[in-house]
Design a protein around this ligand. Structure first.
Ligand SMILES: [Zn+2]
Length: 657
């Protein structure tokens, strides 16, 4: 994916490289419609919102091209950058001269809004004498709150995407001019500071990858290392909207990053920071960085992750809760945090070559990420609770998806993420190919300079049969690593936060050219080391029965409840299918569950059917994938369903308790 790797090979890097999304064409019925909807609906819609809400005009005002006052929040520039990044990704795969021209026009305005020395932050430049609330009187004077560096990071990501897609330097040069200003401004013996909202680190690393300028990598590491020391926080009085930033934990500045062991504070900031740390670890070889992010990952996965992969228990401060504090109705699980978790987990896979990170990534992708945008592509969730009573307006004033938000980070993040999704399917080294996600697709990669084509055919996520056609241009020896998902090996997650109620005896089945191969899974992969030739086929058959999931007993909210899963999908029940009620449903002790593909329901999906108790009566159960909820009106929904426990059954004990 261009999101990580760009053309210039850096000296030290991740041991595995992604096969970029530009080299992968998705042909399936699940992802392709989403990618097309993102291109045809979400990106134009989000750009229109950026125009109508003054976000684009802010650049013109800062440039002196338009009279008027800056509108909106101090981070609104990033909504424009993120949609531009998404648009650039679509240009990379689907050239569109008109879109390219409109991006060029916008880039010209952005260039005009940039100050002489490279500073680019419209909330200040628009009216330096009357700075927007929160940004401080002077440049860089209130970094815990101002988002100056956060805005810069998103600009770098967009500029690199645009350069990679078009080869043009117009946006990239703006980014370089700004990054050079940061290099001149920040550092030991200069201004010692860092940002309250991480993101500039990821952006600087991407800029380093395309330019080879090591100053950018050093500055990314500097900003990370600066956390936990010398951070001057402007103190806001209690009750002030910015007083939350008085607390260093909120912005992960309570300790040096290398000493942090528990995921605390704002979840999106944490994800961007951990992803940035993974980049710095890979590019500098710092073992200390690796140890720190590994510890944080253990904490998140074992104690702080919703079943959907969602992160951040609290609406208050958009932050992580205590260990095992995982509410359902009031959980926050911001869409941006889920996308950040995908960034982080993918980087950890590239670092460690272990499929457990892809297990978390897949769970997050199919559940916590795509639930954030409607099937139509023009309404969005910002928080993603695991239950709704139809009354609590969890989504910034609504109990359903909304077209836009005052703080619109999530729609833009989805707009840029969806087109890059094919970049997570495959990865490669000089002598190995990794098949990480199961999506009908064709991909092209190079092993020691020799072209290899891979084609996947599958009905995933509805069916577990996957055919992988391997076609090297010439006969050659290499390793093919095929991920065997944890869920197919009785392990919904790598840790002990969730477990299946019953152990499935049926095992994944593997064949190479029709011949059965014993299943030998190492670090989550079945590995085939052989001489491949055109026409070779690997068949993987993953059993996909409905599974009942139970939480770790310390998650008090889920006591006496189970959730339903099938393959990578978490299911939920909605009131509309059960006389308006979902929260009061009770599953019988041994539910007889079956599945059915319903082509005309919510773009076609597999539902889970069975019997369920409601108010003492038996009713038909219909569970749908969580990502598809809230398309049929506002109402009750829950992932965790009450369960009637058998009198014979002892309390199900957790293996570690
Ligand atoms: Zn967001």
């Amino acid at each position: 994916m261009a999101a990580i790797v760009c053309q210039r090979q850096t000296k030290r890097d991740y041991p595995v490289q992604p096969v970029e999304f530009t080299k992968v064409s998705v042909t399936d019925d699940f992802w392709l419609p989403r990618i097309e909807t993102n291109q045809k609906v979400t990106i134009p819609f989000a750009m229109q919102q950026n125009e109508e809400t003054g976000r684009v005009d802010n650049f013109a005002i800062a440039a002196g091209l338009l009279e008027g006052e800056y509108k909106g929040e101090r981070y609104n520039d990033t909504d424009v950058y993120k949609v531009m990044e998404g648009a650039a990704y679509t240009l990379a795969t689907n050239p569109d001269p008109e879109l390219e021209r409109s991006l060029d026009e916008l880039i010209a305005v952005i260039a005009a809004a940039q100050e002489e020395d490279g500073y680019l932050f419209t909330p200040r430049t628009a009216a330096p004498e009357k700075p927007v609330v929160g940004i401080g009187e002077e440049r860089w004077s209130n970094l815990a709150v101002s988002h100056e560096l956060y805005n810069a990071g998103h600009m770098y990501e967009a500029a690199v995407a645009h350069f990679m897609a078009t080869g043009k330097r117009n946006f990239l040069d703006i980014a370089i001019k700004n990054a050079d200003l940061l290099v001149r401004t920040f550092g030991p013996d200069k201004l010692n500071a860092t940002s309250g909202h991480q993101e500039v680190e990821i952006g600087l690393v991407k800029l380093y990858r395309v330019t080879g300028n090591e100053d950018y990598l050093k500055l990314a590491k500097y900003f990370l290392d600066q956390r936990g020391k010398d951070l001057e926080l402007k103190i806001y009085p209690e009750g002030h909207r910015f007083s939350i930033y008085n607390e260093p934990t909120q912005i992960q500045a309570h300790k040096p990053v290398l000493e942090q062991e528990e995921a605390l504070g704002h979840a999106v900031r944490a994800m961007y920071m951990y992803a940035g740390m993974a980049d710095v670890a890979a590019l500098t070889g710092s073992e200390e960085y690796v140890q720190a992010i590994d510890r944080l990952w253990e904490n998140v996965v074992n104690k702080k992750m919703a079943l959907t992969g969602g992160l951040g228990a609290h609406h208050d401060r958009e932050r992580f809760g205590e260990n095992y504090e995982l509410p359902n109705l009031t959980s926050y699980n911001e869409t941006c945090a889920a996308i950040g978790s995908v960034f982080w987990n993918y980087r950890l896979f590239l670092l460690h070559r272990d499929a457990k990170y892809m297990d978390i990534l897949e769970r997050t992708l199919y559940n916590a990420v795509i639930v954030g945008v409607s099937l139509e592509g023009n309404t969005f969730f910002y928080p993603n609770p695991l239950a709704s009573d139809g009354k609590f307006k969890f989504n910034k004033g609504a109990a359903c998806r909304q077209p836009w938000f005052g703080t619109a980070c999530c729609p833009g993040n989805l707009a840029r993420f969806i087109p890059s999704m094919p970049g997570y399917i495959y990865a490669a080294t000089e002598d190995a190919i990794y098949v990480n996600l199961f999506v009908s697709s064709k991909a092209e990669m190079n092993l020691k300079g020799n072209p290899v084509h891979i084609e996947q055919k599958t009905g995933y996520p509805w069916e577990g049969q996957i055919a992988i056609h391997v076609s090297p241009d010439k006969k050659m020896e290499f390793k093919l690593f095929v991920r065997i998902p944890g869920w197919a090996q009785n392990r919904p997650v790598p840790g002990d936060l969730y477990r299946y109620l019953e152990t499935l005896k049926e095992k994944p089945d593997l064949k190479v050219n029709g011949k059965s191969i014993p299943l030998d899974v190492v670090k989550g992969y079945a590995c085939f080391y052989r001489t491949w030739e055109d026409g070779d086929v690997v068949l993987l058959d993953l059993p996909m029965p409905v599974r009942q999931v139970q939480s770790h007993p310390d998650v008090v909210e889920n006591k006496g409840k189970i959730a339903l899963e099938r393959g990578p999908l978490v299911y939920c029940v909605e009131g509309i299918d059960h006389a308006g009620k979902a929260l009061d449903l009770v599953l019988p002790e041994n539910p007889q569950l079956s599945v059915e593909f319903v082509p005309d329901l919510l773009n076609g999906l597999v539902v889970i059917k069975g019997k369920v108790f409601l108010d003492g009566n038996i009713r038909e159960l219909r569970a749908i994938p969580y990502y598809a909820w809230c398309h049929r009106g506002v109402g009750e929904m829950t992932v965790w369903i009450n369960r009637k426990k058998s009198s014979r059954e002892k309390t199900v004990r957790h293996p570690d308790n």
